[in-house]
Design a protein around this ligand. Sequence first.
Ligand code: LLP
Length: 390
Amino acid sequence: MFADKDISKFDNIETPFYYYDTELLQKTLSICAEAAAPYQFHIHYALKANFNAVLLEQIKNIGFGADCVSAGEVRRAVEVGFDNKKIVFAGVGKSDKEINEALDLDIFCFNVESIQELEVLNELAAKKGKTAQVAIRINPNVDAHTHHNITTGLDENKFGINSWDLSECAETLKASSNLKFIGIHFHIGSQITNLDVYKNLCVRVNEFCAWFEDKGFIVEVLNVGGGLGIDYHHPDNQIPDFKSYFKIFKDFLEIKPNQEVHFELGRALVGQSASLITKALYIKNGKKKNFVVLDAGMTELMRPALYQAYHKIENLSRKLEVRSLESEVIKYDIVGPICESTDCFGKEVEQPESFRGDIFAIRSAGAYGEVMASKYNLRDAIRSVYSSEI
Ligand code: LLP
């Protein structure tokens, strides 16, 4: 991602900023689209991973739909030009106002997460004289074997309708004249790197599909969610293994001729295409610890503070020295400027000897980075820079 020519270009740009490699994004999107094409799988990009309009423009142009979790995301998708008929609205807590807005926009489908939500949606659609298409999000109780904070498909999670409530759900659907059931929806978690987990999901999808068909429903859409992980430890391993991922669903789902399979990928599409570029403000060499204090912190990239997530950190200014092995390697705690002890990007990280003014890249920050930035400490809003501009 970083050629030496890029690094010198950063010298004149005020830090911190997100640097987006739009060529890499394009390559990732194309490889994903090519891997899905032989099976006619449909992809809805999960805007929550990154709703930056420049990226969305590229994602729309490749032909993907949009998976949204707020009226704001639905609006953003429409503004960027996604076809309304390729927009799905998911989320465990959609407000009446949000539902009304999405109904007015005639989106493709609501992924419904509770029986009460079905009732509310039916009522609001009736008031507008509309029929809303719905997919039922089922909690399949499949362990995604990922960080517990980003696991969503277990009985104890708040997401989806549990299997023991499905009979009541089916009755509510049948009694709701302003709803059209179109399919079933699942999402078991994020940053999934053990692809076998998806085989277990497929088994459950087949079971639930059969259950609905047995009750007389026509299941047109099998939406298996997202969650495919990226290689945070080796960011130069840029493209996730989309081929193997899609093949699992081809091999393990019992797909009927009238059925479409939908995916909601976020991180796998955008994760590797950005780095947080930041400058060392101060170096503090202590007796017990050495610190590099950066001008970006948890307010710009929250994942390490929130999930102890690993992001590879590179001192770009010393890259050449590392290559020639001239520099001394030192262990630093690499921290931000925020008044919180968890404002730390990495502890005891081996780096070349670093100096005030050195430029650092915090890699794999394209997903759940910029969009999770906060104003805490009344920080200035983080800026974005695109590879196509510099
Ligand atoms: N569909 C649903 C219903 C979801 O809840 C999510 C993510 C996705 C699709 C997209 O998942 P992906 O393909 O990006 O894994 N902030 C956390 C991740 C939260 C994921 C929330 N749901 C992080 O930084 O790791």
